[in-house]
Design a protein around this ligand. Structure first.
Ligand SMILES: C[S@@+](CC[C@H](N)C(=O)[O-])C[C@H]1O[C@@H](n2cnc3c(N)ncnc32)[C@H](O)[C@@H]1O
Length: 206
């Protein structure tokens, strides 16, 4: 079966009509610092994560390279720009996050360095990516176990195929990547079934 085109409607359906929205909500809740702060969501798609952060009392901005993604976003403040050149001053945010984005990039380090730059000292950089346990076989087993069909199944298998072709990060891998970006890994956990995703957050080491 061909994969659906990954346009705005696709990601909006993914964020609002599948379990992905709940996964994103749990990741955002896990990443959030306690006090209200300024939040940047890099590669936001239709901006569910900023909408959730705003509901929790934070000021949140979504950023995406694709203007069409931002056209009908779920949360108003939106910026079109690329992760590798964030149009913000140093230390502008208390939390900079990227969910399901970094592992898709050919070279994730420039984007992660930019995320570190725009994060305030003591602030957090949080990322959600496939873990070392992600594979097409593992994703297929989870989809079967949960009886997933349609969009939910297709997107999980699509994510797994891309992860196999790109990046799947263990805690050690991410710790090393964070260090190269000037970040210290502070917390990481596995999520989704047997741990097919890895959430992580760190702080600036300078
Ligand atoms: C797989 S979607 C993830 C959307 C959302 N974060 C989520 O978890 O539902 C990846 C998003 O990142 C955006 N993107 C890809 N490369 C980017 C880059 N270099 N800079 C900014 N956004 C980028 C895409 O346009 C797309 O909206």
């Amino acid at each position: 079966m061909p994969l659906p085109a990954e346009d705005h409607a696709y990601f909006l359906a993914l964020q609002t009509r599948t379990g992905w929205g709940r996964t994103l909500a749990r990741f955002v809740a896990w990443s959030l610092p306690p006090a209200p702060t300024r939040i940047l969501d890099v590669g936001t798609g239709p901006a569910l994560a900023p909408a959730l952060a705003a509901q929790a009392g934070h000021f949140a901005v979504g950023l995406d390279s694709d203007a069409a993604m931002l056209a009908q976003r779920l949360h108003p403040p939106g910026v079109q720009a690329v992760a590798e050149a964030l149009p913000f001053p140093d230390g502008a945010f208390g939390l900079t996050l990227a969910a399901n984005v970094l592992y898709l990039l050919d070279t994730p380090l420039p984007a992660l360095r930019e995320m570190a730059r725009v994060t305030a000292p003591g602030g957090r950089v949080a990322v959600l990516n496939p873990s070392e346990r992600m594979s097409v076989a593992a994703a297929t087993a989870l989809a079967d176990e949960r009886g997933l069909s349609g969009l939910a199944r297709e997107t999980l298998l699509n994510l797994a195929a891309r992860a196999e072709a790109r990046y799947r990060w263990s805690a050690a891998d991410l710790g090393a990547l964070f260090a190269r970006a000037g970040l210290r890994l502070r917390a990481t956990r596995l999520a989704m079934g047997p741990g097919l995703l890895r959430w992580a957050w760190g702080t600036r080491s300078w």
